[in-house]
Design a protein around this ligand. Structure first.
Ligand code: COA
Length: 183
């Protein structure tokens, strides 16, 4: 099994990001331009899961980005997408934990997002991280004819719950390493 590493997104990830984007959202994929702008934006942070060998082309297994304008007190999950071959491995939880920590360091207290009303896996993921529904937007995903559910969580609660869940699923050597890092 190749090693999976979380790192910052780069412009040369574009082809891989768009491949994953179109696979998961065939009717409503972001454009190349939106993806490029998000990678470049000083207000957003995008992380990717890279499985390539050093010195070879990127080979990505997922990505996520959070928008957190400095001083606004709020942040938004802009996108998250994990390759089906590594789903249920805790990767979305890891990405959201890291991006939430970054947003908190920029002063965000609350994290918002929109999710497709028929996106059961994503809704379960967000509920597992303490998000709650605060409203709906009718026909928000027009190409798919889908409503959006708007969700909100306290950033500190997301970070705490993600850490709990990741610790619970870690192997014994990984748990010891995490405890050593915290002490
Ligand atoms: C939603 C998505 C990002 C989840 O990624 P993931 O890496 O599989 O998520 P995790 O492994 O971190 O899951 C954490 C928890 O979320 C919940 N969850 C995730 N996928 C689930 C599913 N298919 N069914 C039920 N619960 C699910 C579970 O509680 C899970 O914990 P567990 O595995 O210990 O039971 C992934 O399924 C995906 O990319 N889907 C397509 C794109 C998408 O819908 N993006 C969201 C747009 S708003």
């Amino acid at each position: 099994m190749p090693t999976l590493v979380i790192r910052e997104a780069r412009q040369d990830d574009l082809a891989e990001l768009m491949r994953l984007e179109r696979e998961s959202f065939p009717l409503d994929a972001w454009s190349d331009t939106t993806m490029r702008r998000t990678i470049a934006s000083p207000h957003s942070r995008m992380l990717v899961i890279d499985t390539s060998e050093p010195g070879t082309e990127p080979a990505l297994r997922g990505y996520a980005s959070v928008l957190a304008a400095q001083g606004s007190g709020e942040a938004d999950v802009e996108t998250i997408n994990i390759d089906p071959v590594v789903r249920r491995g805790g990767w979305a939880t890891r990405l959201l934990a890291e991006l939430s920590t970054w947003a908190a360091e920029r002063g965000a207290k609350q994290l918002f997002l929109e999710v497709r009303a028929n996106g059961d896996a994503a809704i379960r993921l967000y509920e597992s991280l303490t998000f709650e529904e605060i409203g709906r937007r009718a026909n928000y995903y027009r190409a798919e004819g889908q409503d959006a559910i708007v969700m909100r969580a306290s950033i500190q609660d997301v970070i705490a719950r993600a850490e709990q869940r990741l610790t619970a699923r870690a192997t014994e050597p990984e748990r010891e390493a995490m405890e050593n890092m915290q002490s």
